[in-house]
Design a protein around this ligand. Sequence first.
Ligand code: AMP
Length: 448
Amino acid sequence: MQFSSLRLSPSILKSVTAEGYTTPTPIQAQAIPPVLEGHDLLGCAQTGTGKTAAFALPILHRLMSEPADTTRRGPALPRALILAPTRELATQIAESFGVYGKHTGLTHTVVFGGVSQFHQVRALHRGVDILVATPGRLMDLMQQRVVNLTQVKILVLDEADRMLDMGFIRPIRHIAAAVPAARQTLMFSATMPKEIMHLAESLLKNPKRVAVTPVASAAPKIEQSVYMIQRDRKQTLLEVLLKDRAIERALVFTRTKHGADRVARRLHRAGVGAEAIHGNKAQNQRQRALDKFRSGISRVLVATDVAARGLDVDGITHVFNFDLPHEPESYVHRIGRTARAGASGIAISFCAGEERDLLRSIEKLTGKRVAAATLPELPAHVPSAEPEEEHRERPAHRGERRGKPGQGARPAHGPAPHAHAGPRPVGALASRPTRTWTKGAPRRQPRR
Ligand code: AMP
């Protein structure tokens, strides 16, 4: 199938061609025709599948062919509203509308929290056709009556599962109620738990359902391996592996925000340029961290699942799962950050004894056994000054906070000296199909 067969307006096709797209991705091929016809849609797809264009292209087409109400005076009011969980994803969606809609004459803007609302309000006052928003900021603007949703004809909920995870269910329902009932609603979600199905039943009318296979099964170019390693040795292993200069740009995933900060801080102390991003950081801090990573000043970005969602950074050579995710789908999302646009990529996971069930769930989901890697020789263990008891924290996407003092956290005794007793280069340690445990010397094969 070619884009030209989708009956999109020539001014949209012009931008698509300029972007170098020739054939629609599976989600685009499935979603664009029903959305053009005006159907509601429930799409099971994640970032990296071309999902943004799957809704942006037909929305642009529909808005072009249905001109705004010219009898109304004042600035243009949004006719399409796209809700996204994070600032980064919202920004990327808005940028995509800018790219795909370059020749359409339609206007767009994005609103999100963590920054002054001044410029956002000004853009709304100037008038926009397409509004991309995170739910929290949009609610604020609605309460201040600086946004008017009465002209919205198309509502999109992107990464609906993440929005629910982040506690946005009430804002979503509130916003949906403020949008005219006679509208087209599109909902995309990487996973389809019960809560998403309930939400879909209440917001969508007779939706067409489309689904695309997860990135993991669709991306054979990702080389996956796992190190079986004790929790308190993970940081040392990461530092040893990062000595390999072939690791040009690495994304490290932790389960909690606190864990992300700790890993980045320790990497920094070990002389590795690293930044952490997560939901507790202010927007300008996140942007600075991202800029440093994108420009190569920092080789490593440590992130939680939520913060990394929607991140579109090219050239990530390695993804490290410092902690295995509790939801196996998140593993697929995480490793999909490497090997984008047909490039090859490497995904390396660290699995502590208590995480073996998580590893099994991942292998069950992807239908593929993750190859075991042989541990390199690690420097002698120096107990860290910082607590390792991260399993006592709740995962980041449930909005965890650090546990109360005394809940298993060891007392601090000053900064940890990070002694590196000359580890062997990683490249020399090709992975063998065995699993060994730390510390340093291999022990018996653990049963899985
Ligand atoms: P998304 O899932 O929307 O975040 O898109 C992932 C990446 O795929 C983005 O960098 C898009 O520019 C790119 N992309 C989207 N559609 C196509 C297509 N039909 N052909 C090639 N690349 C695409």
